[in-house]
Design a protein around this ligand. Structure first.
Ligand code: FES
Length: 646
């Protein structure tokens, strides 16, 4: 039999293919990534290729104009109805009849690389768990009685090689009308992670199906709604976690559960409702029905994890902080009462690392991939607890450290959450000790002309986490605060802004009539406690790893996005490192969730990686206390910060 040289680009995969073989089959034979939803019927157009013609000296091939069979009737019909781009062919229709070079455009590749959402995001290679499969099902026959489901299974097996798929009950009720509406042609959405049918659509489904990547935080629930074939983010948004009414931080929610019988159930109800409402909101924003959401990936800290699952988090509030389960979970969305999404939608929850280091930290590890780097990287994600990961390709360690909510603006005299009107940036002139600041919602500094008008709407309402960190660091650099954290008197510092309040001093940041925002001695103490805990956690991991410096520091989460590395180091929040190597990873947990949504191989990867991570328990490590006490000084009692001094 005659065969021909076939080369697919950009993969460069090549081989000899028998004359008359379709390009789609040739791709399959050579392991080339060429998409197909309709299974080669010439209707989905996912298999498009662009043949080259002429000499390809680098490939050692000359391609004749008739290397592929001429346009056939199916292609003509498709072109008339939908239009094929000039030069494009349907791979399932075009047949090899000469040596040929075929370009597979990105949209025809299943494993295409998707665009990053933020510059700091790692690229994601698509390999979604949910795939669409178009099949033609035999019509029922009185003489060969069999159920519609049995004939659908037969079709999936014959046409796609898919066997033993589960059809959840809610979809069984839809099967018969969908089959008849589609005249025995049907598109089946399959979750290949659990071999479950998650959607049934009449005829060829051309619209994409969607997935939600959710970062379920204790303060905010943020989600991206993604196209499951391209990875494109169709809508993004967030809502406040309604559990806040039961307690501002995680431990107060655990206490609420301990003190109030049924309190955990109330919080479970609240978070499930909020998640469901967010799915509806994002679907509306994207202009699609919420039932087109067939999959969700959720990352969260252990307390949120348990409350979402309906597990009382009481054990997480006391030693030894036992999780009900640390494994990754594959659930039906209905099991956590997500009722607006597809009736058979699936949920994947990343594994937790330890009792205080949750699936959100696992998502950060997935996104930041310290396991693939030679550099020793310290990753810090600060919420009410700091989750800290240290490692490289040889070894990875993780711990959590009880920083408390001060970094989020709580326990601070004028503290508030990051919201319009909150002071977020602070600078203090070291000569005059006069401050200037910026508030969320305006790009102007407080001494810029037009600042009052620009902030007229929001007002100046308080100071958020990044604002208080910058304020304390600037006060230290301007000599207003000494290394012990004490605010000097007006005489010592040389500014009337240092005011005596009770027995200690406070620094006046802003005043308008009776309204004042000060940084008090109590605020400095709260920040010292929080930063000592963070630093001590990081040092404990460094001790365990046997190192006294790290190559890079990555600040993850909203905290990382807003803190300036220099201020963090001036305060001694993080160990010394070259300032250019201290970077923000943005919302790494959310990005990790999106990666696990778009690429099912990464789920296996993170599950293996989490098993490899060595957990270090700060609560029982004697060295933690020593590090904590020494880290109380600003920046530190004994550790030198050579890069800060440089
Ligand atoms: Fe669907 Fe070719 S595989 S059109």
């Amino acid at each position: 039999m005659t065969d021909h040289q076939v080369i697919f680009m950009p993969s460069g995969k090549r081989g000899r293919i028998a004359e008359g073989t379709s390009v789609l089959d040739a791709a399959r034979q050579l392991g080339v990534d060429l998409d197909s939803v309709c299974g080669g019927r010439g209707i989905c157009s996912k298999c498009q290729v662009q043949p080259g013609v002429g000499a390809f000296p680098k490939l050692g091939l000359t391609v004749a104009a008739d290397a592929l069979s001429p346009f056939n009737a199916v292609e003509h019909r498709y072109d008339e109805k939908r239009g094929l781009k000039a030069g494009r062919r349907l791979g399932c229709q075009a047949r090899v009849q000469g040596d040929v070079v075929l370009d597979v455009p990105p949209e025809s590749q299943v494993h295409r690389q998707v665009v990053r959402k933020a510059a700091s995001d790692r690229p994601i290679v698509m390999d979604p768990a949910t795939r669409l499969h178009f099949v033609t099902v035999e019509e029922p026959d009185m003489h060969a009685p069999s159920g519609d489901l049995e004939r659908l299974r037969e079709a999936l097996s014959d046409q796609w090689g898919l066997d033993d798929l589960t059809l959840p009950l809610p979809l069984l009720a839809r099967l018969q009308p969908v089959l008849r509406q589609g005249k025995w042609q049907i598109t089946v959405a399959v979750d290949h992670d659990s071999d479950t049918i998650t959607g049934l659509f009449p005829a060829l489904r051309e619209a994409p199906v969607l997935g939600l990547a959710v970062d379920l935080g204790s303060t905010t629930i943020a989600a991206h709604l993604c196209d499951l074939s391209t990875g494109e983010v169709r809508a993004s948004g967030g809502v406040m976690n309604p559990q806040i009414r039961f307690g501002e931080d995680l431990m107060s929610r655990v206490s609420y559960s301990m003190m109030n019988p049924g309190g955990d159930a109330e919080m479970t109800r609240a978070v499930r409702d909020a998640l469901d409402a967010l799915a509806v909101e994002l679907a509306a924003e994207a202009g699609v029905p919420a039932e087109d959401i067939l999959e969700a990936v959720i990352v969260c800290n252990p307390v949120m994890h348990h409350l979402l699952l309906g597990v009382d988090p009481v054990e997480l509030g006391q030693s030894p902080f036992a999780l009900a389960t640390s494994d990754a979970l594959r659930l039906n969305a209905s099991e956590i009462e997500l009722t607006s999404v597809g009736a058979a939608a699936r949920v994947y929850i990343l594994p937790c690392i330890a009792g205080h280091v949750g699936a959100d930290a696992a998502a950060v590890a997935l996104s930041e991939a310290p396991d693939q780097a030679d550099d020793l990287t310290l990753i810090v994600d600060v919420g009410t607890n700091a989750e800290i990961i240290l490692g490289n390709r040889d070894r990875i360690l993780a711990c959590s450290s009880p920083t408390g909510p001060a970094f989020e603006g709580a326990q601070i005299s004028a503290g508030q959450r990051a919201a319009p009107g909150a002071i977020e940036r602070v600078q203090i002139d070291p000569a005059t000790r006069e401050p200037r600041f910026r508030v969320i919602g305006s790009d102007l500094w407080s001494n810029d002309p037009g600042f009052a008008a620009a902030t007229a709407q929001t007002g100046i309402t308080g100071i958020c986490g990044s604002g208080i960190i910058e304020a304390v660091a600037e006060m230290r650099m301007a000599g207003i605060v000494d290394a012990r954290g004490l605010i000097g008197s007006p005489e010592q510092v040389g500014t009337p802004r240092c005011e005596l309040t009770g027995r200690t001093h406070a620094y006046l940041l802003w005043q308008d009539g009776d309204r004042r925002i000060q940084v008090t001695q109590g605020d400095i103490r709260a920040i010292q406690l929080a930063k000592s805990a963070l630093y001590a956690g990081a040092r404990l991991l460094m001790d365990e790893a046997g190192v006294d410096h790290v190559d890079r520091v990555t600040l993850a989460g909203a905290f990382g996005a807003h803190i300036s590395p220099r201020h963090a180091m001036v305060l001694g929040m993080i160990p010394d490192a070259e300032l250019s190597k201290v970077t923000s990873a943005g919302n790494a947990a959310g990005h990790g969730a999106r990666m696990a949504l778009c690429n099912r191989g990464l789920r296996a990867h993170i599950e293996t990686l989490v098993r490899r991570i060595e957990k270090v328990e700060t609560a029982i490590a004697p060295r933690f206390q020593e590090h904590f006490v020494a880290a109380n000084a600003i920046p530190h009692a004994t550790d030198p910060f050579p890069h800060l001094m440089a």
